[in-house]
Design a protein. Structure first.
Length: 210
């Protein structure tokens, strides 16, 4: 069985995972709608009378986009970066979910260069592209040493992919889960959280893990 979640439940879970307070839910919804208008997640085409359903990888991409917004990038650049660097995002996920049960260190990193767009931004966009990459358990320490310890990089934005997945799993812990495939919502504690992780791992395997 594959994980899926409706839009309302997705927003509730992501809001909790990202620490959105009750008074900020309207603004959070607005940011989500803006990302969707920019076609962050494609292939969501609910029929008449049906609500949108999001798969595990789509939910993670939305969460990563929200993390990038929190780090100061404007929505248009966030969506373009995630689309143009899909393979990097996929590698970060493969690093983060080595098994259906465990998480491993995985980060996405880049130089946001936010102030560079105060002019015409002509040099800022490709520079962000050039620095957008990921690191896993075997390369994370080397990356930090290269850029921060021994290097002179003035800016480095880090998104903890494994940490983001963990926060989503915690937020999904008490969510109902359709485990019998018949549309019945079963409130088994932890079921939706486990299914989210399993579905991410299955997706990673399909992308070429192992």
């Amino acid at each position: 069985m594959e994980f899926s979640i409706g839009r309302s439940a997705l927003l509730d879970a992501l809001g909790e995972a990202l620490g959105v307070q009750a008074r900020g839910k309207t603004a959070f919804l607005g940011r989500f709608q803006h990302l969707q208008r920019l076609h962050l997640v494609q292939g969501i085409n609910p029929g008449r009378g049906k609500s949108a359903e999001y798969q595990a990888f789509q939910m993670l991409v939305i969460a990563l986009a929200m993390q990038m917004l929190q780090l100061g990038l404007p929505p248009e650049r966030v969506v373009r970066l995630l689309h143009d660097n899909r393979q990097t995002v996929e590698r970060s996920l493969i690093e983060a979910v080595p098994t259906p049960d465990d998480l491993a260190p995985s980060v996405i990193f880049y130089d946001p260069a936010v102030l560079s767009v105060l002019g015409d931004g002509a040099e800022a966009v490709p520079f962000v592209d050039q620095t957008f990459d990921c690191a896993g358990a075997e390369t994370l320490s080397a990356m930090i040493e290269q850029f921060v310890v021994n290097g002179v990089v003035p800016r480095l934005a880090l998104i903890n992919v494994a940490g983001t997945i963990s926060a989503i799993k915690d937020a999904l812990w008490d969510f109902p889960c359709d485990r019998d495939g018949e549309g019945a919502s079963l409130p088994e504690q932890g079921a939706a959280s486990a299914l989210f992780h399993i579905s991410l791992h299955d997706w990673a395997v399909d992308c070429g893990m192992g």
